[in-house]
Design a protein around this ligand. Sequence first.
Ligand code: BES
Ligand code: MN
Ligand code: ZN
Length: 527
Amino acid sequence: MEFSIKSGHPEKQRTACIVTGIYEPRRLSDVAKRIDEVSDGYISNILRRGDLEGKLGQTLLLHSVPGTLADRVLLVGCGRERELGDTQYRKIISQAILTLHETGSMETVCYLTDLNVRGRDIAWRVRQAIETAHSALYTFDQLKSKKNTARRPLRKIVFSVNSRRELPIAERASREAQAIAAGIKLTKDLGNLPANICTPSYLADEAKRLCTLHEKMSCKILTENQMEKKGMNALLAVAKGSEQPPRLIVLEYKGAKKKEDSPIVFVGKGVTFDSGGVSIKPASNMDEMKYDMCGAASVLGILSAAAELQLPLNIVGIMPAVENMPDGRSVKPGDIVTTMSGQTVEILNTDAEGRLILCDALTFAESYKPRTVIDIATLTGACVIALGKHAHGLYSNHNPLTNDLLNAGRFSGDRAWEMPLWDDYQDQLDSPFADISNVGGREGGSITAACFLARFAKKFQWAHLDIAGTAWSSGGKKEKKGATGRPVSLLAQYLLDRSYEIHSPVILTPEDFPPDEIDENEGGEQE
Ligand code: BES
Ligand code: MN
Ligand code: ZN
C-alpha cells in the first residue's frame, strides 16, 4: 500500500474516490459541506431523503457527484461529533478502507484525517489512520493455495491535511506510521505461522534476514552448547523435550551517536509451541500455543521499526527461543535447575516455562549494561482473566519507566495497565528444596509470574509486559482469529519518545518543504 499526504480542496481532486465524514444526525463535516456547496446541495438532498443517518461506521457510496472531479464520493458515518474519540476514529477509518477495497476504488483521497478527534492533533490522526488502514487490510494467506484477492484492490491512499502548515508534521507521522505498520505486520506474520514452520531456528533466520536489511543492525545466535557454557540451565531445561534445538537470538541496533551509549534492551519470550511439556495442557485450543512466541516476534517488529526510522538510540533485542514438549528427555515436575544467575529453581510445573527461559535471558541482558530492560511475554492465562484482551499487564521496578510506558500506550492506543509488583506476593514462590519455585499457586497468577522475573531483574530498570491476552485474538463475531501485532505500536512509541528527548522534534515550516510535492493545480490552498 502506498500512502501520501496532501493539502487541497476536495472538488479539485482527480481521484477514484473522495472520502469524507457525516456526523449523526445527518450533519455535514467541513469537507462534506464544501462538496455540498460545489454540488448545489447534492449531499444535503441525499441526507434529507434519509439515505444516511451518520451513525458510526455507516457508509454511502455516491457516483459522479456534480461539481467534483472524482469518480466517487464515499460518505462515512462518524457518530455524534462530540463523542468522536480514539476508538470511534479508528472504526471510521477502518470502515472507510474496507468499503473502498471492496468497491473497486484503487486509489483515494481521504479527508477523514481532518475530523475533529477529541484531544488529538494532526500527527496523531495521520499516524492512527495509517496504522488502522494497514490492520484493516491485513490478511495472512501465505499458506492458502488459493488467495482471495480483490479484483480491483485499493493501492494508494492520500490523506489530507487542512493546511500546508501541517504538511511537514503529517509527513513525519506518516513515515513513522509506515515503519511501525511494517513492524506490526512482521510480528503478525510470525505469530500466525504454525509451529511446524516457525521453529526456534526459523526465528533465528528471521533475525539474520532483518540484519541484512539494516546496516546498523547485527545479530548473534547462541546455540545449545554456547548456552550451556553460560549456565543457562533454566532455559535449556525447557528445550530438553523437543526435537527442535533451542536458540538464543540477539539483535543489536546501534543508532546512537556514541556507540558505547548504554542500550535499551527488549527481551521477548519465544516459545514456538507450548504444549505444557509433561504438565501437558488440555487438547482444546492447544493450537493457539503456536502464538507463544509473540513476545519474540514483537521484539523483531520493534527493532525493524526502529532501524527503519533510524532512531538515534542503541537497542538490543534478546529472544530466547524454544519449543516446550513432553518426551522421555523432558524436564519433570520436581526437577531442580541452577539458573545463569546462580539461583536454583524447583520446576513444579513444566507449563510455567516462560519464566524459565526469560530468567536466563534477563541475566544474560546484564552483560549489555542496559539503561532499561523491557521483557514481553505471553506469560500467564491469569493475565487474560485479570485484564482480558484490551490491556497488557504492566509490571515494573521503576516508576518513571511505568509512566513512560503507560503514556506511550495511551498515545498509540496500544494500552497497558499497571499491576502490583509488591514483595508481599514473593513468598508464594517459596520452595522447600530450592531458592525459588516456578509457580506461585492460583492466586494472583500473573503477579507471581512477574515476581519470579523480578528476582532476575535487580540490576537494572526493568518492566515486564504480560501480553497473553493482547497478542492474539481467538476470533469471534467482530475479529478474525490471529496475531494482533501488539505491543509493537506501544513500544515503538516508547522509543520515539526517547528519541525526541535526544533530538527535540524539528518543527519544519512550509518553506522547508519541497514545492513540487504540493500539487498546486490539482489541490490548491485550503486555509
Ligand atoms: N503460554 C502460557 C500462558 C498462556 C495461557 C497464554 C493461555 C495465553 C493463553 C504459559 O506458558 C503458561 O502455560 N502459563 C501457565 C502458568 C501456570 C502453570 C502457573 C498458566 O497460565 O496456566
Ligand atoms: Mn506454558
Ligand atoms: Zn507458554
